[in-house]
Design a protein around this ligand. Structure first.
Ligand code: CP
Ligand code: NVA
Length: 332
């Protein structure tokens, strides 16, 4: 009798010991805002992206995400984010499923916490593009798999990582460069400010009055900027922002969800166009970046977008490589 119960106890012990760790038994790491990450961890992601890009270009990536599925929740349209995440998962041996706005009704057909809990049982990671930033935070709060912010009204952290990778590839460094953003103080600008502070680039931003970076974005980025000791310029004069800049960056004047304001915004933003004359104020080796989609003839001219300083298509491709690093780090 004693021998039998000992045997049962040993078997039970082995079974429990060999079970995989329970989901949610340790804190899940998310990628929601760059301000939540440390500078060394973000540097690690850039180096990992460089490695994965080289590995891909020399024959393919190792299938480190085999059997992993990424659920991609989109409440807004997308080309780059959607394709680069799906292709990235496939390159790494995993897969992705697209969940468009008509499919799951995030927060309408079903509550955000319930969507997060249900998806966590099916997929190993969630990428979400939402309007309200609070919605991606709520998803993360209730998911027990990593959640990645694929753009919210407040931030676009994956874009900023691809931007840093592109600048790094061109200049072989980030620290000490000057990044000038010209246009709307939007989600892309907010994440760029945080990225500049993390990687030690001086940051200048020129926006029309009334379209500055929101106070909440400044409150998050300024302490990082102060810690890094970078110069920060916030102005309404594009020429002042781009003076001797190594990188000139612009984005649409009308973000997704602001379509009704388009007519009102166009004349206000017209002096903020990135064109040949503005480029003359920058460093002679300056590069021009744009997260795309571009509204050629509005925030950027064809001449500049297709000119020798433009790196916009290498930047777009780098979404793939930068996000693969995020996926490997969070999901592998
Ligand atoms: N830059 C960017 O996020 O592009 P999409 O909106 O096409 O994903
Ligand atoms: N600021 C833009 C970025 C698109 C990638 C938007 O939110 O629509």
């Amino acid at each position: 009798m004693f021998r039998r119960s000992m045997k049962c106890a040993i078997l039970l012990y082995i079974n429990i010991a060999t079970l995989p760790a329970r989901k949610g038994s340790r804190p899940v790491k998310h990628f929601l805002e760059l301000a939540n990450w440390s500078s060394p961890d973000l540097w690690y992601l850039i180096k990992l992206a460089v490695h994965l890009k080289m590995e891909w270009q020399s024959g393919g990536n190792r299938p480190v995400l085999a059997n992993k599925i990424l659920g991609m929740v989109f409440q807004k349209p997308s080309l780059r984010t959607r394709v680069s995440f799906e292709v990235g998962m496939k390159h790494l041996g995993g897969d992705a499923i697209m969940l468009g706005p008509q499919e799951i009704g995030l927060g309408t057909r079903e509550s955000i916490p319930d969507v997060a809990r249900v998806l966590s049982g099916f997929v190993q990671g969630i990428m979400a593009r939402v309007f309200d930033h609070a919605h991606v935070l709520e998803l993360a709060q209730h998911a027990n798999v990593p959640v990645i912010n694929g753009l919210s009204d407040a931030y676009h952290p994956c874009q900023a990582m691809a931007d840093m990778l592109t600048i790094y590839e061109r200049f072989d460094r980030l620290q000490g460069l000057k990044l000038a953003y010209v246009g709307d103080g939007n989600n892309v600008a907010a994440s760029l400010f945080e990225a500049a502070a993390h990687f030690g680039l001086d940051f200048a931003i020129a926006t029309p009055e009334g379209y500055e970076l929101p106070q909440s974005a400044r409150d998050k980025a300024m302490p990082l900027a102060e810690k890094a000791g970078i110069n920060v310029i916030m102005t309404t004069h594009p020429a002042q922002a781009v003076e001797k800049a190594h990188v000139i960056y612009t984005d649409t004047w009308v973000s997704m969800g602001q379509e009704k304001e388009a007519e009102e915004r166009r004349p206000i933003f017209a002096p903020y166009q990135v064109n040949h004359d503005l480029l003359q104020q920058a460093h002679s080796e300056a590069i021009v970046l744009h997260c795309l989609p571009a509204h050629r003839g509005e925030e950027i001219t064809n001449e500049v977008a297709d000119g020798p300083h433009s790196m916009i298509f290498q930047q777009a491709e780098n979404r793939l490589h930068a996000q693969k690093a995020i996926l490997v780090h969070l999901l592998a």
